[in-house]
Design a protein around this ligand. Sequence first.
Ligand code: PGA
Length: 251
Amino acid sequence: MRPLVFAGNWKMNIGPVEAREYLRAFFSAGEIPRERSVWFFPPAVSIEAVAQGIAGHRNVLVGAQDIYWEPKGAFTGAISGPLATQAGARLTLIGHSERRHVFGETDQETGKKIKAALAADLQPVLCVGETLTQREAGETLAVVTRQLEAAFAGGWGGTKGRVTIAYEPVWAIGTGRNATPKDAADVHRSIRGWLKTHATSAAAFLILYGGSVNLKNAAELLAEPELDGVLVGGASLDPRGWAELVRTAVA
Ligand code: PGA
């Protein structure tokens, strides 16, 4: 089996009490195969509960869904990299499409957040992806490249060989529509090419695919060698279904 990452983005679901119950159900559903890593992205209030619940499971990590770029101060409602780290986070999503499209986050802001994540020793998982209008206008690669350039404009300092990109076409998120394995692979190949040319560190890059991934389509997507794993929203909310997806998606 090749190593794969299964990242579950809980979005604004599953508080700390529910998170403890979730993890009990998840771990009782069976062993996670050795080559597979599971990353949970719970809402900020549940990071600590998840960190406690996954302790002792070597291939399971918890991350934040978003961070602000300042380390501390008067920024009501925000959490910083050092605060997320203190709660047990090892990773953070940056530039998720809901941050960009619901909350109006700009490309420049993702750049500040990547820098802040690296400074706080959080592994960033940069989310990129085009809207349907952009795809239909043939702008997919231009959009994704612009998002990559802005996110890493501040350099690669501290990446320590750990850079993860999640390609999530906006039109596939939460819609039940997903890219074909070939569509996803084409964009992944371009992202990998861009990273090879631009990254200054000898980083090992992981590129995940996200957008309506579920138990039914995960195996077909992951059969495509360009995918190093999946970032999953809706289908990660049920602990048993998620455990089954992690264990059974054949690569
Ligand atoms: P979805 O969400 O699997 O519910 O489409 C994916 C994501 O937003 O990361």
